[in-house]
Structures are given as structure tokens and as C-alpha cells.
Design a protein around this ligand. Structure first.
Ligand code: KG4
Ligand code: ZN
Length: 341
């Protein structure tokens, strides 16, 4: 049951979700609120040598992988439950890389026509916002921290589907900062998991990096932090990479948690949700949990595999939107700069 004081999606629908906005070809089937089939085909090795996602390579790889991702998801779904009609095909139509988005949207349109079911275009960031609903309903009003490779935003969810932008990064996204600092340290792309792994061997107290924007604003900044890591490495070339990684991670996480804490002081919320790839970071997860315990609000921290890009979060938004009467036209265009708020 979807209520107005909770963010959730209807559990009586069967929706296929397709996500190809960046470098993961991800498909999932949601049936009766459960993920009954899913496949994520990663492109990490393809982009590793370039230190970031190469759009042309990404879209070609999506085109090669999409039918496998769909057919493996369909096979899994049928194994787990009785054959049933799919209610809708949901697909990310923005924001993201144009060529990559086009592959997912074209596949979704083809399935929508073949199966004679509605097509539901989904905002990728709304997907991250809904990832938490795949394992719990979210008490509203809710404060959501969305932190990915392209975005860092604080969003207030006052009612289902009603979002207010509270603040965000003025320069690099948090994930982008992890990726760039990883590159400075000679680590592979994507940098977030690599920094996290290396940090476990380091001492964060050996170096102090700046904690982003101070003051009463909910905006954030990560480019100064990245530059101070660069300057530090120039000054101290023999510094232990483990310590630099740990000190950077601590500063980046503190910058985010400070803003969540400030937002909780400014307004009343019943829950804090984190989403996006950086939300898979163990230090961020534990610091958000501690903050929420002190502030006496629910901490909604999705399992790590639901923080990075996946098809299930797109299917969840698809179910929510379909239930609200929203269906996309078959000539749905991609929108690489789509903005949720
Ligand atoms: O949401 P996502 O999978 O894709 C985008 O929508 O961008 O996020 C990818 C970003 C990358 O920048 C990656 O380095 C970062 O999330 N990331 C992490 C971790 N896992 C992924 N950052 C910090 N710690 C992690 N464990
Ligand atoms: Zn994402």
C-alpha cells in the first residue's frame, strides 16, 4: 500500500527496469515488490586505462550487452515464479551519456511494442532516490543525499514524487572527486572502491585535508579537496598512498555528513536516505547511521549493490509512476541533462 506519509512503490505490479545511463548495462524484473531477476554487465575493464568513462566505448558496449542482460533477467524471473504478464517497461531516459541512454531507451521501446505494455521513462536520480524503497518504505518528510559519479545533491522529499532541491555541489560530484584522487594515486577506475580498499591500510589522522564549504549553506564543493590532495602529493612525493587515501576519504565523507547534519538542524525529517554509488562507501554509511541515531531519525541505507547503478531502482520508480497514471509516449526522447529538481 502506498501512503502519502511514506515513499514506496506498489507491490502488485510486474515491471522490467532498464538502466544504461553511464557504464553499467543493468536490467531487473520487479514482481510483487521482489527482485525476481536481474543482471548488471559492468564495463570497468573497458574504461580502466582511460581513468574515466569513454562515452563512445560505453554506448558500443551497451549495444553489445543489452540483449544478453534482458534475456538473462527474463530467464531468471521465469525460474522464480509463474509466468505472468509484465505490466510495464521502465527505462532511464536521463540524465546521462546520450549514446548510452539511447541504447536502453531503444530496447525499452522495442519491448513495449512487442509485449503491448506501457513504456515509462524514468529519471536516473529518482531511481537512486527510490533504491531504499526496495527493502523498506521511507518515512516522509525525508532528507535524501544523492551522491554518484555525476551528482551530489541534498533533496527533501515532502510527499511521494514531490522533491525540493536543498543544495548540491558547486563543482565536482563526490564520486568524481573519488575517481580523480584515485587517478592521482595511480589507482584504477572506478576510484571509489579502490580508495576505500586502500584506506583500510592507512591512517587517516596522519594528514588533514579541508572539509569543503563551511557556513550555513547546504551547497558542497569537492574541487578544493582534490587540489589539496594534488598539492600534498607534489610536496610529499614519498607519502604513503594508504594514508593519503584514508585522509581524503575521511575529508570527503565528513564534508557530506556535515551537510546532512546541517540540513537536519534546519528542518524536521523522519528519515535520512542515501543513494548513488558513493553511498556504497562503508565510512559514509557508518557516519550517516551514527548521525541519524543521535538525531533520532530513521537511517535508510540500501544494500551496496542497490547504491550503484541497477535496473531494480528504475523498475521501482516505473511501478510508482505507472500507478500514478504516468505513461511515456513511444517517441520518448532521451534527455542527457534531465534534472529531478
Ligand atoms: O551511481 P553510480 O554507480 O553511477 C553514476 O550514476 O554515476 O556511481 C558511480 C560513482 C563512481 O564515481 C564511483 O567511484 C563511486 O560511485 N563509488 C564509490 C564507491 N563505490 C562506487 N565511492 C566511494 N566509495 C565506494 N565504495
Ligand atoms: Zn547512478
Amino acid at each position: 500500500m502506498v501512503t502519502t506519509d511514506e515513499l514506496d512503490f506498489p507491490k502488485n505490479l510486474c515491471v522490467l527496469g532498464i538502466e544504461t545511463s553511464c557504464d553499467e548495462t543493468a536490467v531487473a524484473m520487479l514482481k510483487d515488490g521482489e527482485i525476481v531477476g536481474e543482471k548488471v554487465i559492468f564495463q570497468n575493464d573497458l574504461h580502466a586505462d582511460f581513468g574515466g568513462v569513454v562515452p563512445e566505448l560505453a554506448s558500443r558496449q551497451h549495444a553489445r550487452a543489452i540483449s544478453d542482460a534482458i534475456s538473462q533477467t527474463m530467464e531468471q524471473s521465469n525460474e522464480k515464479g509463474p509466468e505472468r504478464t509484465v505490466d510495464a517497461v521502465a527505462v532511464t531516459y536521463g540524465p546521462g551519456l546520450a549514446g548510452s541512454l539511447m541504447v536502453g531507451v531503444s530496447a525499452a521501446k522495442a519491448l513495449s511494442v512487442a509485449w503491448e505494455v506501457p513504456l515509462v521513462g524514468v529519471d536516473h536520480m529518482e531511481g537512486h532516490l527510490f533504491a531504499g524503497t526496495l527493502f523498506t518504505s521511507i518515512k516522509l518528510p525525508s532528507l535524501t543525499l544523492l551522491v554518484s559519479g555525476g551528482h551530489s545533491q541534498l533533496i527533501s522529499v515532502q510527499a511521494p514524487g514531490v522533491y525540493e532541491y536543498l543544495g548540491g555541489t558547486l563543482d565536482d560530484a563526490a564520486g568524481e572527486a573519488f575517481d580523480k584522487v584515485a587517478r592521482l594515486l595511480g589507482l584504477r577506475f572506478p576510484g571509489g572502491p579502490e580508495i576505500e580498499r586502500l584506506s583500510q591500510l592507512g591512517d587517516a589522522t596522519k594528514i588533514t585535508f579541508p572539509r569543503g564549504l563551511k557556513g550555513n549553506s547546504l551547497d558542497m564543493s569537492f574541487s578544493g579537496l582534490k587540489t589539496s590532495v594534488l598539492r600534498y602529493l607534489e610536496r610529499c612525493p614519498s607519502a604513503k598512498a594508504e594514508d593519503v587515501a584514508a585522509a581524503f576519504q575521511e575529508a570527503a565523507v565528513d564534508s557530506l555528513v556535515d551537510k546532512v547534519s546541517l540540513a537536519l538542524k534546519k528542518d524536521r525529517y523522519r528519515s535520512v536516505v542515501i543513494g548513488g554509488g558513493v553511498a556504497a562507501n562503508t565510512l559514509l554509511r557508518s557516519k550517516v547511521e551514527i548521525l541519524c541515531r543521535k538525531a533520532e531519525v530513521d537511517a535508510v541505507i540500501p544494500p551496496k549493490y542497490l547504491c550503484t547503478d541497477n535496473g531494480a531502482m528504475i523498475a521501482a520508480v516505473g511501478a510508482f509512476r505507472l500507478h500514478a497514471g504516468f505513461v511515456s509516449p513511444l517517441d520518448l526522447s532521451i534527455n542527457p541533462s534531465l534534472s529531478l529538481v
